[in-house]
Design a protein around this ligand. Structure first.
Ligand code: NAI
Length: 457
């Protein structure tokens, strides 16, 4: 009898498995594919490896501007892909090593709830074994969504699962959906020289972020040559001998491949959830935000399957840790959803934490905002990367409730604002600290100063 059986070894499940050692819990981790899940094998990590290749390409292409003379760069797609695989493999073997060290029993197979405290594990050969556990954490993750008319064939019409392993660089690409996945692929493909059309049904790229940040990103993508079609619904495609024709708004464009990036759907079928009494809402699992407990006794849910929480690897990590803490101690240690950073790894990066101005206002806050462009920041000028801004949303006479950073290293810079939002810092408190000069972080420092009512530059 295990203390915990975890179904699914992605970030939510594996974080729970690793964290359990802090409490001396015995753990079985059931995984049908590879420990690491979408994030490590088909998501965050391989995508960021490709984006790094694109960043290096851009840097080399612009090297002459900073006095480094080299030949114009050429993309070695196969080598970039092998390097991406090597990064994934290194992390995968590290993770497997950590599982052994923490004495997690990793069971290969498909897990299914089969009565209270019982999980059936079906191996690839069909053999079923049964394990008993005092509690179960379901962390079965998500898969790319499809849209009507766009039948995913893995060749002409693909999802990010396929795009991360394209055998060669597609020259003409239509990306449908300008969320995090669509924007990141559009950015990297354009940087590497592909022709990209980016379609988004809503009225801005990366619709969840501050409109001003989205404008900076859209401008930067435009400069790379991405043709952006916001507020545009595509119609069903026509596959031709030379490619795929994507019709939209009375026009059409022919591309080699269409990448569908319109969101991810939870994987909850076949896991025995409803039979166990777990509540579902359109496939997502209803779980208590304080404990991650579902409606079924002893059954927890974490990660992308949870209704209403962000589909982000690090949210999954946090939910896995929260579930384990509740299992071990009986005390709720809720995830601080208010201060989870979001990073979109486009060039430039877009990062945010807390509420956007619009979200704050519609939540009833009386807010003021402070914007600071990075064009005057010394380090940004030195790096030749001056597209960007910092925006801080402050409750009037109160704490910082949200922030957005666009620009080089925005994904790192957002973390100081994460503390400000998480600790509900007043601008005057946050502005009291001195940022090193010259750094990109000075843009944040300047914004905090402005928010405190006394700006410098
Ligand atoms: P998403 O939900 O972030 O974006 C999908 C976009 O597609 C939305 O902007 C939506 O308006 C648009 N869309 C939907 N149907 C459409 C249609 N028929 N035509 C045109 N546009 C359409 O989903 P995405 O980008 O697929 O990512 C999935 C999940 O993974 C998200 O929760 C995302 O936050 C997460 N993720 C996070 C990353 C990061 O943090 N860097 C990177 C990749 C994914």
């Amino acid at each position: 009898m295990y203390d915990v059986a975890i179904i699914g070894g992605g970030p939510g499940g594996y974080a729970a498995a690793l964290y359990a050692h802090n409490f001396g819990l015995s753990v079985a981790l059931i995984e049908k594919d590879k420990v690491g899940g979408t994030c490590l094998h088909r998501g965050c990590i391989p995508a960021k490896a490709w984006l790094h290749t694109a960043d290096v390409f851009t840097e080399v292409a612009g090297a002459a501007d900073v006095g480094v003379v080299s030949s114009p760069p050429v993309v070695d797609w196969d080598r970039a892909r092998r390097r991406k695989d090597a990064v994934v493999d290194q992390l995968h073997s590290g993770l497997n090593g950590l599982m052994k060290k923490r004495r997690v029993d990793v069971l290969a197979g498909f897990g299914r709830l089969a009565g209270r405290g019982t999980v059936d594990v079906t191996a690839a050969d069909g053999a079923v074994s049964r394990i008993e556990a005092k509690t179960v954490i379901v962390a079965t993750g998500s898969v790319p969504r499809a849209i009507p008319g766009y039948e995913i064939d893995g060749d002409r019409i693909v999802t990010s699962d396929h795009a991360l392993d394209w055998p060669q660089q597609p020259q003409r690409v239509a990306v449908i959906g300008a969320g995090a996945i669509g924007a990141e692929f559009a950015s990297l493909l354009a940087d590497l020289g592909s022709t990209v059309h980016l379609f988004e049904v809503l009225d801005q790229v990366v619709p969840g972020v501050e409109p001003g940040a989205a404008r900076v990103l859209a401008r930067a993508l435009g400069k790379k040559g991405v043709q952006i079609h916001t507020g545009t619904a595509v119609e069903p495609p026509r596959v031709t001998p030379t490619g795929v024709v994507v019709p939209f708004a009375g026009e059409s464009v022919e591309v080699d491949v269409v990448l569908v990036a319109v969101g991810r759907a939870p994987v909850t079928a076949g896991v025995g959830l409803e039979e166990a009494g777990v509540g579902l809402d359109r496939g997502y699992v209803l779980a208590d935000r304080e404990t991650m407990l579902t409606g079924a006794p002893g059954v927890y849910a974490v990660g992308d399957i949870v209704a209403g929480t962000p589909q982000l690897a690090h949210a999954g990590f946090a939910e896995g840790m929260a579930a384990i803490t509740h299992i071990a101690t009986g005390v709720a240690a809720p995830v601080n959803y208010r201060a989870i950073p979001l990073v979109v790894y486009t060039a430039p990066e877009v990062a945010s934490v807390g509420l956007t101005e619009r979200q704050a206002r519609s939540a009833g806050y009386d807010v003021e905002t402070h914007d600071h462009g990075i064009a005057g920041v010394g380090r940004a000028i030195i790096k030749g990367q001056t597209d960007g801004l910092v925006k801080i949303v402050v409750q009037k006479d109160g704490p910082i409730v949200g922030a957005t950073v666009v620009g080089p290293a925005a994904g790192e810079l957002i973390h100081e604002l994460m503390y400000a939002v998480g600790w509900e810092a007043l601008p005057v408190e946050a502005a009291a600290f001195i940022h090193a000069h010259p750094t990109l972080a000075e843009a944040v420092g300047e914004s905090l100063l402005a928010a405190s009512g006394r700006s410098l530059h």
